[in-house]
Ligand binder design. Structure first.
Ligand SMILES: Cc1ncc(COP(=O)(O)O)c(C=O)c1O
Length: 476
């Protein structure tokens, strides 16, 4: 793997010149000043020396930096593959600063102020969905990731609707199936329609059987960013009675720019206020380092299901300890500190800077979609433009096998030009009239355009893609 940065002091094998350096990193300077301030906070304590060996640490870090160069350049606009977005510098700085204290948000005993920061940060997320009208009007906390956040939501759902099934789209993240197995809950997949959304017709057939306890609704599917019709599912809830769990791990922040989305997605995001539980991942679109998911419950009374005694903690404060409403015990308080700091800098407000960043990434996706449509070598979804910021396309070929082979080859030819895309298997009928779900999948190219910088880089992305395409198709 070739990296974009040259660490002058380190001998390295040949590096490719991407035409830009890694942007100047403000974190060391930010951190240096903030570290002094944090140290001053504890100045009343008697000083003590750390036994750490500086020289040895420097040597280890030299090796570490070298090894980390063997990575895809996730931070760079030419990385346009999987769902990977660089954390904001303020998040990295706040996380690293918090490491001086290394709080554990299991309890206030382990993370006093970071627990408060978590409560405040989660409250801002809840407000984004219209959930925090008054104090105590919902329950929520951060988790290690979207999987654990969804696990908690289904764990609660299973206890509130014992013996009933969980139902979700076949395009819901695979984690729901696995989590349900872990929780020993029966999970049924519902077919997706040609837009990648859960088929409401098939869902209603399942509901008619009378044993569905919870429906998982995905706002922003992992494969293509499709937005299930939450508003329509809620109408079915009125008729059949079930819990609605919204997995907005990927798409949740698009609530801030819902007005710019198509009518269906707009209505779905407007309906989030009525969900029973909701998951959003700050470590996806929320500019956070990994280790930051979030689960919200509309009814704060579900807190009773978490009730347990701890002989070790919960002594330092009568306030709620987050471990009392979380399945995980130890959790990184630093994740809460980083999220809180990021939201101070970039509040979750429609029209704000954070929202504009999302809109710019989406504009890049629409730009790529239009170029693909005009070009003719690839075929976009028959359903039309991407709902969020994920673009997928099938290569034109005489059959699916050849199209899949072309996708694989172009993927590699792009990577050789330092343009990193992703691959995804999608049903053929999403592209071709007359095909059905039985006609099997085709391997496609996929680009998740999460970075605002993607918009300004689209000419260069397209140039590299076109060169890779010409090389593969010209030589096919
Ligand atoms: C819609 C959705 N739900 C859940 C998950 C799982 O989240 P995590 O990888 O943070 O565990 C993902 C991950 O991509 C996702 O896209």
């Amino acid at each position: 793997m070739r990296a974009a940065i040259t660490l002058v002091s380190l001998p390295r094998p040949a590096l490719i010149d991407l035409g830009v350096a890694m942007p100047h990193d403000p974190v060391p300077a930010l951190l240096s000043r903030a570290t002094e301030l944090l140290e001053a906070e504890f100045a009343v304590l008697p000083a003590f020396e750390s036994a750490a060996d500086l020289g040895a640490m420097e040597r280890v870090l030299t090796d570490t930096a070298h090894r980390l160069g063997d990575n895809y350049p996730y931070f760079h606009p030419l990385y346009a593959g999987q769902m990977l977005k660089p954390p904001h510098p303020v998040a990295r700085a706040a996380y690293a600063l918090a490491m001086k204290v290394n709080p554990n948000n299991h309890s206030r005993d382990g993370g006093r102020v970071s627990s408060e920061m978590e409560i405040e940060a989660v409250d801002e997320i809840a407000r984004m969905f219209g959930w925090a009208e008054s104090a105590g009007s919902y329950l929520g906390h951060l988790t290690s990731n979207g999987t654990i956040a969804n696990l908690e939501a289904l764990w609660v759902a299973g206890q509130l609707t014992p013996g009933k099934r969980i139902v979700g789209s076949e395009q819901a993240h695979f984690t729901h199936h696995r989590i349900s197995a872990v929780l020993r809950l029966e999970f049924t997949s519902v077919a997706a329609d040609g837009s990648g959304r859960m088929s409401l017709e098939t869902l209603e057939t399942e509901l008619g059987r009378g044993d569905v306890g919870t429906v998982v609704v995905t706002l922003g599917t992992t494969a293509i960013g499709a937005v299930d019709r939450l508003d329509e599912v809620l109408k079915l809830r009125d008729r059949y009675g079930f819990r609605v769990h919204v997995d907005a791990a990927y798409g949740g922040y698009f609530k801030l720019i819902a007005e710019q989305l198509d009518e269906g997605a707009r209505r779905a995001f407007a309906a989030t206020v009525e969900a029973d539980s909701l998951v959003i991942d700050p470590h996806k679109h929320g500019l956070q380092p990994y280790g930051c998911g979030c689960v919200l419950f509309r009814d704060p009374a579900v807190g009773r299901l978490y009730k347990h005694d701890s002989p070790y903690t919960y002594f330092t404060s009568k306030e709620l300890h987050l471990g009392e409403i979380s399945l995980e015990c130890s959790r990184a308080g630093a994740a809460a500190v980083a999220l809180w700091a990021t939201q101070q800098l970039l509040p979750l407000t429609p029209g704000g800077e954070f929202a504009r960043g999302l809109a710019t990434g989406r504009a890049a996706a629409l730009d790529l979609y239009q170029r693909l449509r005009a070009d003719g070598g690839g075929e976009t979804l028959a359903a039309g433009a991407p709902e969020l910021d994920i673009v997928v396309w099938r290569l034109k070929a005489s059959d699916s096998e050849q199209a899949s082979e072309l996708a694989q080859k172009i993927f590699a030819a792009c990577a050789a030009r330092d343009l990193h895309l992703a691959l995804v298997q999608l049903p053929l009928f999403w592209f071709e009239a007359g095909k059905t779900a039985q006609d099997g999948p085709v391997k496609c190219l996929r680009s998740v355009l999460m970075k605002p910088e993607h918009a300004a880089w689209m000419d260069r992305i397209w140039e590299r893609y076109s060169a890779a395409y010409d090389e593969v198709v010209g030589g096919a």
